[in-house]
Design a protein around this ligand. Structure first.
Ligand code: ADP
Ligand code: ZN
Ligand code: ZN
Length: 726
């Protein structure tokens, strides 16, 4: 008797046993095939994971599979192994892990077949001059299609130029463009660039990796911004391609860093697949299958791209490996960077983790010789390191938004026609609305958080649950009509600068004014062309973008990072600071960075400024060691939420139900630093162990004793290797 072990897309652990459909030869069934199975009253698309001979369930209770969807497995044995590993490691439901890993079309049971996509191309060598001047959208479409001679898919046209569909029709009727079927999603045609002559440090990294392409070879590539890490990737990838293998590259944000993809397109005369949220369902399926079948050799994508199967993996690269976006912060809380390491081990190929500010975890792995370490200490080309100045805000006039030294430096750059970048980690206008008479503060009714005032919409908004409300005109407590806005966000800095420097072109960049699709590319174009004098922005500006004409970076306030409530706060602050500073002075003019703080004496800040990130990181690692925090110990966080009060009792109970174990410490339960979020009260229990294995063995025994999480009163989730303890 054959039993099929099937993973079902439900938050239920383990597999479910089914009987094969009647009359089907068991030889036809292979792990990695999708099957339609009944569960409760609903039919689901399940994944066959194992075939065995026995079941814990009596045979007469077992249901049969309704239908076999795939005639051949859609996943290889290795891919399935990776997903099983991930379910096991993150103690998460295998069915949901598989759902996360597959494109939605496959989760819905659609055929795993590459279908050409509908696209458009120019009918002939179009002259834009012949179009009426007011046909803006039509011009934009023609301009876009000029860059894609083989045509571009309709959904990608729409994502670059919203609501293009009717203009496409018009252009077709006029005979300017024609429909095409697109087999491989095309790239821009860009002038090709050739290999650069590597410097010594780059050369060493490239040679070492290229001599070890046939084994697991984990490398931390630590190189300051602009030191030529991307060039190292490109040259190694060339070798991988020469051997007929594929490269998968993870990046934090494709849309913020279009030049990264451009550099790949300029170097390689083959299609480069990109994977990001703008792809449609059919494009996703197309890309996924093309990679799996070896039709595309270079895939660049954000977090979930780590699940794209490869016919012939040759290398994995994680750029900006320290970036928080690699960790999914909901449901299946996996780290794409960590999975990439496991995946390259399974595939027996090298992995490159690149960063100007490596995570302390990866540096520790390099210190322990688990990873090879290559350092690119110098900026490639002629640019030199920026210089840092700290401004002690305690010595500045009170309530001055920008300090005198910063204002003076801004003036100088404006006179010299150089660009200025001001960084502040908060969007909106003011972070607090308060009554000076009775001390009332505007809080979110649903969260344990203050409301932020947004001047461009004239509303108060909660940055945690998103709710918005009208601005109060008088204090709801004492009816006093003079309310004050305290704290600074991007909008307030912008307003202040517009008054101070009315002659300058000022541009604010945050998620409030870049949410319209594609406008970010236009913004970057404006910056490059020199139309902008002063840029004000949030951490969006810290991500991998080059602003060669920026020679001054002002960091308005670093203090929240210095004394943040999380053990990783200083690490994040240092990374952000170095990343933002790295945007400056790329060309021949040296960059200057001015940092405003009320805590100039902070030892780690001083270390960072005086000795740089590597020295900071080693000092911060020492602190972690003394405090017994990761990477010297291993953590898991049980987060629980409840509607009426913080679920401390539930967590106490969970703690008591755990069998005593000397190797694992349970800390808490405590109320979470943010007690209430979106109407749920929050509490947490921290698990800590000196050895990873002890932690995981403990959790494996303990989790099955906890009640199901979809319980209406208390819901919980377990975060393995949590990135924060909020
Ligand atoms: P990173 O990825 O570390 O930020 P990049 O690879 O983007 O650095 O390199 C920064 C700049 O230096 C790019 O303009 C690149 O073309 C240039 N560059 C990189 N390597 C070299 C080299 N060996 N010689 C000259 N220029 C280089
Ligand atoms: Zn009041
Ligand atoms: Zn809220």
């Amino acid at each position: 008797m054959f039993i099929l072990q099937i993973a079902i897309p439900k938050p239920l652990s383990n597999y479910f046993d089914y009987l094969p459909p009647v009359g089907v030869d068991i030889e036809q069934l292979k792990p990695g095939m999708r099957l339609k199975v009944p569960f409760g009253n609903i039919n689901y698309v399940g994944m066959l994971v194992n075939i065995t001979n026995n079941s814990n369930c009596p045979n007469n209770k077992l249901k049969s599979v309704i239908k076999i969807i795939d005639s051949t497995p859609i996943l290889s044995v290795d891919d399935l192994e990776l997903m099983k590993w991930a379910a096991n490691y993150y103690h998460y439901y295998i069915g949901e892990v598989i759902t996360t890993a597959l494109p939605s079309a496959l989760n819905q049971g659609l055929p795993a077949k590459i279908k050409p996509l509908l696209g458009w191309k120019l009918a002939y060598d179009v002259q834009l001059d012949n179009l009426p001047k007011n046909a803006v959208k039509q011009r934009a479409i023609l301009h876009l299609l000029q860059q894609y001679p083989q045509g571009l898919t309709q959904t990608l046209i729409n994502s670059s130029l919203p609501k293009a569909t009717s203009s496409l029709k018009t252009l077709q009727e006029k005979g300017w463009i024609t429909k095409v079927l697109i087999d491989i999603i095309p790239n821009k045609t860009l002038a090709k660039s050739s290999h650069l002559q590597l410097n010594q440090a780059q050369n060493k990294a490239v040679n070492q990796v290229c001599s070890n392409l046939h084994q697991f070879y984990p490398v931390l590539l630590d190189g300051v911004t602009g030191s030529g890490k991307t060039e190292v990737y490109l040259q190694i990838i060339q070798k991988v391609l020469d051997q007929g293998k594929q490269a998968l590259i993870l990046v934090p944000e494709i849309n913020l860093t279009p030049q990264t993809v451009n550099r790949f397109e300029q170097r390689f005369a083959i299609p480069i697949a990109t994977w990001h949220f703008k792809l449609s369902k059919s494009e996703r399926l197309h890309t996924w299958l093309s990679a799996r079948d070896g039709l595309t050799s270079i895939i660049i994508g954000t977090r979930s791209a780590i699940w794209i199967p490869l016919a012939n993996p040759g290398i994995f690269i994680v750029d900006e490996e320290h970036d928080l976006s690699y960790k999914q912060q909901f449901k299946f809380r996996y780290s794409a960077r960590d999975i990439a390491v496991v995946r390259s081990k399974l595939a027996n190929v090298p992995i490159l983790l690149g960063s100007a500010t490596p995570s302390l975890d990866s540096l520790h792995n390099a210190n322990c010789k688990r990873y090879l370490y290559f350092n690119l200490p110098e900026r490639a080309g002629t640019a030199i390191h920026p210089t840092y100045h700290i401004v002690d805000m305690r010595l500045q006039p009170p309530r001055e938004i920008l300090s005198r030294p910063l204002m003076k430096a801004i003036k100088q750059r404006l006179t010299a026609k150089q660009q200025i970048l001001l960084f502040i980690n908060r969007r909106g206008y003011a972070s607090t609305l308060t009554c000076y008479k009775c001390g009332w503060v505007a809080f979110c009714q649903h969260c344990d958080a203050r409301l932020t005032y947004h001047d461009s919409y004239k509303i108060l908004q909660c940055h945690h649950c998103g709710i918005t409300q009208q601005l109060y005109i008088k204090c709801p407590e004492c009816k006093y009509t003079k309310l004050y806005l305290l704290g600074q966000g991007t909008e307030r800095i912008e307003e202040y600068l517009r008054i101070q420097f009315s002659y300058a072109n000022i541009l604010r960049i945050d998620s409030d004014n870049t949410s319209r699709k594609n406008s970010i590319e236009k913004i970057f174009e404006k910056i490059r062309s020199g139309e902008v004098d002063i840029l004000i922005g949030t951490q969006m500006l810290a991500k991998g973008h080059h602003f060669p004409n920026v020679t001054l970076v002002g960091v308005i306030n670093v203090d929240s990072g210095l004394y943040g409530s999380d053990f990783r706060s200083t690490e994040r602050m240092a990374q952000l600071l170095i990343q933002v500073s790295g945007r400056a002075g790329r060309a021949n003019d040296p960059g200057e960075v001015i940092i405003q703080t009320y805590h100039p004496e902070h030892p780690l800040l001083a270390k960072l400024i005086q000795q740089g990130y590597p020295a900071f990181a080693q000092a911060a690692l020492k602190e972690r060691y003394i405090a017994a925090f990761p990477p010297y110990t291993y953590l898991a966080l049980l987060r629980a939420e409840s509607i009426d009060k913080p679920p401390l009792e539930f967590l106490e109970h969970a703690k008591l139900s755990a069998h005593k174990c000397d190797d694992v410490q349970l800390w808490g339960p405590v109320i979470s630093p943010m007690e209430k979020r979106a109407d749920w009260y929050r509490a947490q229990l921290l698990l800590q162990a000196l050895q990873r294995k002890h932690l995981h063995d403990f959790i494996s025994r303990w989790l099955p004793t906890l009640p199901a999480s979809n319980n209406k009163k208390v819901r919980w989730s377990l975060d393995i290797d949590p990135q924060d303890l909020f």
